[in-house]
Structure formats: structure tokens, C-alpha cells
Design a protein around this ligand. Structure first.
Ligand code: PLP
Length: 457
């Protein structure tokens, strides 16, 4: 099964043909989930002693399992944060798979890591981070946040000569992504939640107020302030300018989570991010709004040495890598073996040029603005907040929480779109998240029109 014989050559053709047809679909089918019970009746077992053969396995996937798997790049997939990979990035992702690159160390993957680092540099430059900044690509914003907080705690440890406080702590608002609380829990960090104003945006003044109430011991146990540059739920950017003033005055690590919103550094909304240049660690997911396929999140450090101290794994079999002075991505995230998952992003950036990225990101911001006008034109829907980036929150007048759910699953079944309700200040509302430049205003209109639906019908 490791040789390319006649049978595998046939399979190669079939797989590449299917992959290329999938890439060419415009749009791809939205599809929808099926229950485990339904899926289990489709075919017999697939994993058997003798194997079912590639042709049959491919047929079952294409005909049975793929239709039960949502296409996150469908232009009307507007839930969560969709993906919208460029053709170049998807095609090059196949090259990454075919090339069997271990992206762990410079020794193993110098050329590929050089390219990944070039893409990281573009992001660091957008943020205005110094030339010494660096990092790596991990699987997602969650792991990137975990890595950033590890580096932050490492700096605190080194500054205190490894003398432990009763607990390590972070300051964060409640609007931060769930992965911050999760990383804190994994690291046994206490999260001190900083109350924000009614708009939910964290500011330096909010931090000052909480800081004033903390004693010196607690202050000294705080490893980082977490700010969000584009909240997942509402697309709001915390006031990074005043936050970064606060962190500099108090000599605290600033961790900026821009997993979704960081891409807008390349848009006309760049001004909203002023202060981001002081980030000590910064997260931006290319698989969200930078048109790369899953799974790629960038973690960047202002002073990478803390990440290196915290995250480098030590073992006899790693000595050759660790004693080298070269850039080993394994030292900058919580991972060892890794796919060079930044390479499809790099290839697409190199292919298309950064200007087309700026335009494609701006398109979603413009669409969010145009969506506001469409909402205002209809008497049965109403805006909840004004969008800053590309998330739009609005309500359907007269609907209770349960009606939202019914409409949402019906809309997916009918192929109208994939839109999920969310909560905003204890109210169930609807949320669009735009990152796909192929989503049109007509798509938005069709979904809004379907909200005229009478749930009793
Ligand atoms: C999506 C998101 C994350 C988590 O990223 P994953 O890639 O899903 O792990 C973290 N922070 C923010 C702000 C996000 O939007």
C-alpha cells in the first residue's frame, strides 16, 4: 500500500479529480448534519480487515458522508466564524500534504519555515510589532491563546526568580473568547474579570478601576492583561490604546486576541487597533478572515525568548534541534511535531499579493455596513448594535428564543443559509459573521426575507 501501482494510480486520479471538482464548485453545497443513527445505516462498516478498497471508500465519502458535512466556505454559511480559503491556499494545502514536511525544527524544514516566517512577518508588520517579533502557526486561536499565556507567565516567573505567588492571575473582560477561560483553567490561572461599560468594550479606565482595588501581592501575581481585537460574538475591538497605556505604566504583559478580528488590521478600520503595536503576544487566525484553509492560527511574541523558555521540550533525542540557534517553531507553541500549516497562507499571500487581501477583507466590512441598511429597510427586524468589523447583530421583532431556533434549523434544511442565534445582554438575537468575499448583498437579502416567515405556518 506504499507503492504507486496500477490500482493506486487509478485512485490517485479519482481523488485528485474529486478534489479539483470540489475546489471548482461555486458555490459548494451547503449540506447539513445527520444523526449518528442515520449515518450508521448508510453503509456497512468501512474499517474492515481486508479493506473496502479506495474506489468504494471514496464513493461512500462523496455520496454518503460529505453531504452530512457542512461546507464552511459556502457564501451563506454565516454562523460561528466561517472560512473562505483562496483557491491558491487550498491547492497548496494539497502540496503540503503531499510533501510530508515535519515543521518542527529548522533542521527538518528550513525552507518551509522561512516561508511561514515571511507570512508571520507580514502580520507582525500590520500590527506594528518590532523586527525582533516572531512566533509560529498552531492549530487554532485556542492553542495560540494557551501558548501566549504560557509565555506571559514565564516572564512573570523569571522576574520573580521562580518564587510562586498563591495563584497566578490574568485580567480579562467577560467578552473575551471562551478559549481564554479554558486556557486559564488548564494553567490554573485565576481570571479576574474586569467589568466594562455597556458597550462591552474593555478600556484602560476599566482596568485602572479594578487595579486600584488590588493589593500588591495580587498585582504581582498577574501575568497578563487579555484584550480582544474583534470579539467573536459582536466583532467589537477593545480600546487597545488605553489598555496598552495601562499595561505599559504597570509593566504588565499585553496579550491581544485577534483570532477573528486581527485581519482587519489590513482594512480601513486599522485605526480601531491603535495600541496593538504594544502587544507582547498577538493571535490572528488565518483560517478565519485571512482566507486560509483549516487549521492555522498565528501566535506572535514581541520577545520570543519567553515562549522559548516556557515551551521548548527537552529530551536527549531533541538535543540536536535545541542546541541550534535557528528558529524552531516547536519552541513557540504548545506542540512538537507539526504540519507547516502556515504554508498555504504564505503561498496565497505570495500568489495574490497583499493588496488583494486588503480588498477582500474590506469587502466583508462593507457588506456588514450594507446589511445594516437592509435591516433598517424591513419592519420585522432591528439592529442590536452597530457593527465595527464584519459581525452584525440584529433581532427579529416578536420572536421568542424558541422561534429563533426553529427558523435557524429550517433555514439550514431549506438551503437558505446557516445562521445561528446568539445572546447579547441576556437577549437571544441573530448574528451574521461575514468573512467570505463571495457573500453578496443578495445572499443577505434572501436570508432577511426568509425572516418574514410566520412560525405558525
Ligand atoms: C475563534 C476564536 C478563538 C478560537 O480560535 P480557534 O481557532 O477556534 O481555536 C479565539 N479567540 C477569538 C477572538 C476567536 O474569535
Amino acid at each position: 500500500m506504499h507503492r504507486l501501482d496500477e490500482e493506486t494510480l487509478q485512485l490517485e486520479k479519482a481523488i485528485v479529480q474529486y478534489a479539483l471538482e470540489r475546489v471548482a464548485l461555486q458555490p459548494p453545497p451547503l449540506d447539513g448534519p445527520k444523526s449518528e443513527a442515520e449515518l450508521s445505516t448508510l453503509y456497512g462498516p468501512n474499517v474492515t480487515e481486508e479493506g473496502i478498497g479506495g474506489e468504494e471508500a471514496l464513493r461512500r465519502f462523496i455520496e454518503g458522508y460529505a453531504p452530512a458535512t457542512l461546507s464552511s466556505d459556502h457564501p451563506r454559511f454565516l454562523a460561528f466564524v466561517p472560512v473562505a480559503p483562496t483557491k491558491a491556499s487550498v491547492l497548496f494545502d494539497m502540496v503540503v500534504s503531499a510533501s510530508c514536511i515535519s515543521g518542527t525544527s529548522w533542521l527538518e524544514a528550513a525552507g518551509a519555515i522561512y516561508c511561514e516566517n515571511e507570512a508571520l512577518r507580514w502580520l507582525a508588520d500590520l500590527a506594528g510589532m518590532p523586527s525582533t517579533a516572531g512566533g509560529t502557526f498552531v492549530s487554532g486561536g485556542s492553542l495560540a491563546n494557551l501558548s501566549g499565556l504560557h509565555a506571559a507567565r514565564q516572564r512573570s516567573k523569571e522576574r520573580r526568580n521562580f518564587e510562586r505567588p498563591d495563584r497566578w492571575r490574568v485580567l480579562s473582560s467577560r467578552e473575551a473568547h471562551s478559549s481564554i477561560a479554558s486556557a486559564a483553567s488548564l494553567m490554573d490561572l485565576e481570571v479576574i474579570y474586569v467589568p466594562t461599560g455597556p458597550d462591552g468594550k474593555l478600556t484602560g479606565a476599566n482596568l485602572d478601576e479594578v487595579w486600584a482595588g488590588l493589593d500588591d501581592e495580587v498585582r504581582a501575581s498577574i501575568v497578563a492583561v487579555v484584550a480582544t481585537a474583534g470579539t467573536t460574538n459582536a466583532g467589537l475591538v477593545d480600546d487597545l490604546r488605553s489598555i496598552s497605556t495601562f499595561t505599559r505604566i504597570n509593566d504588565l504583559w499585553l496579550h491581544v486576541d485577534g483570532a477573528y478580528g486581527g485581519a482587519a488590521l489590513a482594512s480601513k478600520e486599522r485605526w480601531r487597533f491603535e495600541g496593538i503595536e504594544y502587544a507582547d503576544s498577538l493571535v490572528i487566525d488565518p483560517h478565519k478572515w485571512l482566507f486560509a484553509p483549516f487549521d492555522a492560527a498565528a501566535i506572535l511574541y514581541r520577545e520570543p525568548k519567553y515562549a522559548k523558555h516556557a515551551l521548548t521540550q527537552e529530551a536527549a533525542y531533541l538535543d540536536d534541534i535545541n542546541k541550534a540557534q535557528e528558529w524552531n517553531p516547536s519552541s513557540y507553541g504548545y506542540h512538537l511535531s507539526r504540519r507547516v500549516r502556515g504554508l498555504p497562507f504564505w503561498f496565497s499571500l505570495a500568489t495574490n499579493g497583499t493588496k488583494r487581501y486588503q480588498e477582500a477583507i474590506q469587502a466583508s466590512i462593507d457588506l456588514a455596513r450594507a446589511t445594516v441598511a437592509e435591516v433598517e429597510r424591513r419592519d420585522y427586524v432591528e439592529m442590536v448594535t452597530q457593527p465595527e468589523l464584519s459581525v452584525v447583530l440584529f433581532r427579529r421583532l416578536g420572536w421568542g428564543p424558541e422561534v429563533y431556533d426553529r427558523w435557524s434549523s429550517q433555514a439550514l434544511k431549506d438551503g437558505v443559509g446557516f445562521v445561528l442565534p446568539t445572546e447579547h445582554r441576556d437577549e437571544k438575537v441573530l448574528r451574521f459573521c461575514f468573512v467570505n468575499p463571495l457573500t453578496t448583498l443578495d445572499d443577505v437579502r434572501a436570508i432577511l426575507d426568509s425572516l418574514a416567515w410566520d412560525p405558525r405556518s
